[in-house]
Design a binder for this molecule. Structure first.
Ligand SMILES: *Cc1c(COP(=O)(O)O)cnc(C)c1O
Length: 781
């Protein structure tokens, strides 16, 4: 890599002396908060020790110092002090909120409010406060405006005031918006081509009100030079900890003269009034713009310490060769990002598939458009997503600080992860909320991994994250789990490793052959033939022949419920009153009702059983609109007679059928038509054991499987037929998933595996969804 690094070795050395406390950590969350230098803290302490500061309303010296800091801030942004005013706030969010509360949209609220899809939640929240009902969301404002092809729009032809807010740098991807947009919009306005969120559909009308631009520069100014002499937003905001780490709790809203004319503030408190009468409703606000907005006592000691923040930056990264401090930092962090991006892009799985999926707009070709951020998700060999929580665990083990999730930018997350509104609703309904560790919902990511750099980040920090990813994701999932077996995991992540081990998600039994499933999510007893009551009953027609879903797809709509305590099975069917049958039949009745039936058309498989009576027979005939149906309970002793360890109930094939949810997910991702929820597809396979492992199709390599105390051996693959084309929730026939299985497996229509018990189970043997699963794979010669 022949990069000409922006920082010299000498400079790097000086910088690293200031950050010894990083130690063996790799700090890669500068977009969250950057780090303060040690000398900066010493100088701040000295300032406090050597001065007698007091309330700025009391003593002028402190007040003057605060004003000196305002001036210093304007200087940093090359802003003319006659043109711009600094309002101190507690952070960037408070600055954004102030404008939302006070922006005057003109008479009759004529003006419109525009924000962008890729905005921080601090901006989205403005929707709730702005005093106009015309709110639009723009997807790509840089394309929307007339940046490229100058239309003849002229903002200011109407008297209302419109407000556009956009991020100078996206805190999700690190994309930097072309700041030329500011002037273009101020002069020409916008086409109302965003989606209006307050009801109406898209329009294409020009908005020619007076246009004001709020630049959310909170992320941008952390590592870039905002030259307000060149680009003149009406409003912009800063959180100082994002620039130099310390102090926290102070930010600023910086407003141009033009912007000042459209903020109407009502509240006053503390130093913001000249006079406020108590017994008369009279007050007069102070004249100065800033003092008007700074209610109460400023955080004056904190503000005093900002001076040291600015000078530390300039001391450690001095202006050089025509570039000022922030321009150099901007170039350096971009170089680190490009370096990391190039290294990560080169990582490939053994099958040639890329290991990392990146989220950015323009790649890493130009530091004008890309900041020091890499946002990505890791992919498994088959292209499935690795959940970000798992990466967060590994990062914790490797002492790497990075950020996962959506970083308070749900719109960017939606855009880059290509989520539809309904995907997001589904993720929310399944329990995912911002900043939790529900990283994948049905295989679709809810967020990403972000690493971001500061001027004190070193190349070896980037190497560290690259080698962690390489070491962990180019190896087996077992290796990865070993890494995670660590006491270094923070509390919030301690449940993640267990999630990565194979899990039994659901036990399904099918009490009546070919009818609906009875699902169990805790535990269920075992018998020599499989799960207790699985295929214990079947329905036969007037000729004594068993009926199946092949001929009667509506059978799946008959849903049995086992009431263990009551000793009964309830059969349900939409629109019908349910019916109960006894789980066991009294001894004395046995002889009277014992008969023999054909289990299949060929009748080579005779089954003896008991007829469950007229009432349930008539009920079934009504459900399926077929006269003469009977419910037959399998004669339990039959199993004992055959005597082999591989006894089976009426299920035809094997004792147990196992399906891996990860494999079904893999399959559904290959299906382009007929989208349905993953669980619906899983249900089509009518399995008894539904497991989830890290890798799709892993079950094809299983040799034996132990769930809790019960050992199973694999009897082979399950060959599939038309039955899986019946949606078990509607009884409708579809072309999928059979078509895709046939295509993906070259005509071999197999999916899922058959299992049988290795030993006759004990009397009280049970299987629980909380049981630990141990898998032995076939050894490949
Ligand atoms: C960090 C950030 C904010 C919010 O800053 P706070 O300090 O949390 O108020 C807003 N917008 C962007 C783009 C940010 O990166």
């Amino acid at each position: 890599m022949s990069l000409n690094w922006e920082l010299t070795e000498v400079e790097e050395k000086l910088i690293s002396n200031e950050f010894k406390r990083i130690g063996d950590n790799t700090y890669l969350d500068h977009a969250g908060s950057t780090l303060y230098a040690e000398s900066q803290i010493d100088a701040s302490g000295k300032l406090l020790k050597e001065n007698l500061f007091c309330n700025p309303h009391t003593c002028k010296i402190t007040g003057d110092l605060v004003d000196q800091v305002r001036y210093r801030i304007l200087q940093h942004f090359n802003a003319d002090a006659l043109e711009y005013s600094v309002v101190f706030t507690s952070n960037a969010t408070a600055a954004i909120k102030t404008v939302a509360e006070t922006f005057d949209f003109g008479a009759q609220e004529q003006g419109n409010f525009y924000y962008c899809q890729e905005n921080h939640t601090s901006v989205l929240g403005m929707r709730e406060l702005v005093k106009t009902s015309n709110k639009f969301v723009l997807t790509q404002p840089e394309l929307l405006s007339n940046l490229e092809n100058g239309h003849d729009l002229l903002a200011g032809t109407r008297t209302g005031n419109s407000l556009l807010v956009f991020s100078a740098q996206c805190n999700f991807s690190g994309y930097k918006m072309p700041l030329e947009l500011i002037e273009v919009v101020q002069k020409q306005g916008l086409l109302k081509r965003g989606t209006q969120i307050s009801g109406h559909t898209q329009t294409n009308e020009p908005d020619l009100n007076n246009f004001y631009v709020f630049l959310d520069s909170a992320a941008f100014v952390g590592t870039s030079y905002l030259d307000v002499g060149k680009y003149k937003p009406d409003f912009f905001c800063v959180s100082f900890y994002k620039m130099f780490g310390y102090p926290t709790g102070v930010g600023a809203l910086i407003v141009s003269k033009r912007g000042q004319s459209v903020l109407l503030k009502q509240y006053y408190g503390g130093g913001t009034v000249n006079i406020a009468m108590t017994r008369d409703n009279f007050h007069e606000k102070r004249v100065g713009f800033s003092s008007h907005f700074e209610d109460g006592t400023l955080s004056f000691l904190t503000i005093a310490n900002l001076l040291e923040g600015f000078s530390t930056l300039e001391r450690l990264v001095p202006a050089k060769e025509g570039k000022n401090t922030m321009q150099r930092i901007s170039k350096y962090v971009y170089q680190l990002a490009k370096y990391g991006y190039d290294k990560l892009s080169a990582l490939k799985h053994a099958n040639g598939q890329p290991l990392v999926k990146f989220y950015n707009h323009n790649g890493y070709g130009d530091y004008k458009y890309q900041g020091g951020v890499i946002t990505f998700n890791i992919l498994h060999e088959d292209g499935a997503f690795v959940g970000f929580a798992e990466v967060a665990c590994l990062a914790a083990v490797f002492d790497i600080q990075l950020r996962t999730g959506c970083f308070c930018n749900p719109g960017a997350c939606q855009w880059f992860l290509q989520l539809s509104n309904s995907d997001i609703r589904k993720q929310y309904e399944s329990g995912h909320i911002c900043s939790d560790y529900n990283d994948l919902v049905d295989g679709i990511p809810t967020g990403a991994v972000r690493v971001s750099f500061g001027y004190m980040t070193r190349k070896q920090d980037v190497d560290k994250i690259v080698s962690m990813i390489k070491e962990c994701y180019l190896s087996s999932s077992e290796e990865r789990l070993k890494h995670m077996d660590s006491d270094k995991l923070p509390k919030a992540l301690q449940h993640i490793p267990a999630r990565l081990k194979p899990q039994l998600k659901e036990i399904c039994i099918y009490p009546v052959k070919s009818c609906g499933a009875f699902k169990v999510t805790d535990s269920w007893p075992l018998t020599t033939t499989g799960f207790l009551y699985d295929r214990g009953w079947m329905i036969v027609d007037a000729s004594g022949m068993a009926i199946t879903q092949k001929h009667q797809t509506r059978l799946c709509l008959i849903k049995p419920i086992i009431h263990d305590q009551k000793g009964s099975m309830e059969l349900t069917f939409t629109g019908m009153k349910s019916i109960h049958v006894n789980l066991e039949i009294a001894k004395e009745q046995l002889d009277i009702i014992n008969t023999t039936f054909c289990q299949s058309k060929v009748c080579d498989d005779l089954v003896s059983g008991y007829d469950c009576g007229d009432e349930v027979g008539n009920w079934l005939s009504d459900c399926l609109e077929t006269p003469g149906l009977r419910l037959i309970k399998q004669y339990a002793e039959r199993r004992a007679q055959t005597g082999s360890a591989k006894d089976i109930a009426l299920s035809n094939q094997a004792q147990f059928l196992l399906i891996n949810r990860s494999s079904v997910r893999w399959l559904t991702q290959k299906i382009t038509t007929e989208k349905e929820p993953l669980s619906t597809t899983v249900d089509r396979f009518r399995a008894n054991l539904i497991i989830e492992t890290q890798t799709a199709l892993e079950e094809t390599e299983f040799d034996t499987l132990t769930i809790g105390d019960t050992e199973f051996k694999v009897d082979g693959f399950c060959t599939r037929c038309q039955m899986i084309c019946i949606d078990q929730h509607s009884g409708q026939k579809t072309a999928e998933p059979l078509r895709t299985i046939a295509r993906e497996f070259n005509g071999k229509i197999r999916f899922g595996i058959y299992l049988s018990l290795l030993k006759v189970p004990d009397n009280n043997a049970q299987i629980s969804c909380h049981d630990k699963i141990i898998i032995k794979k076939k050894t490949i010669e």
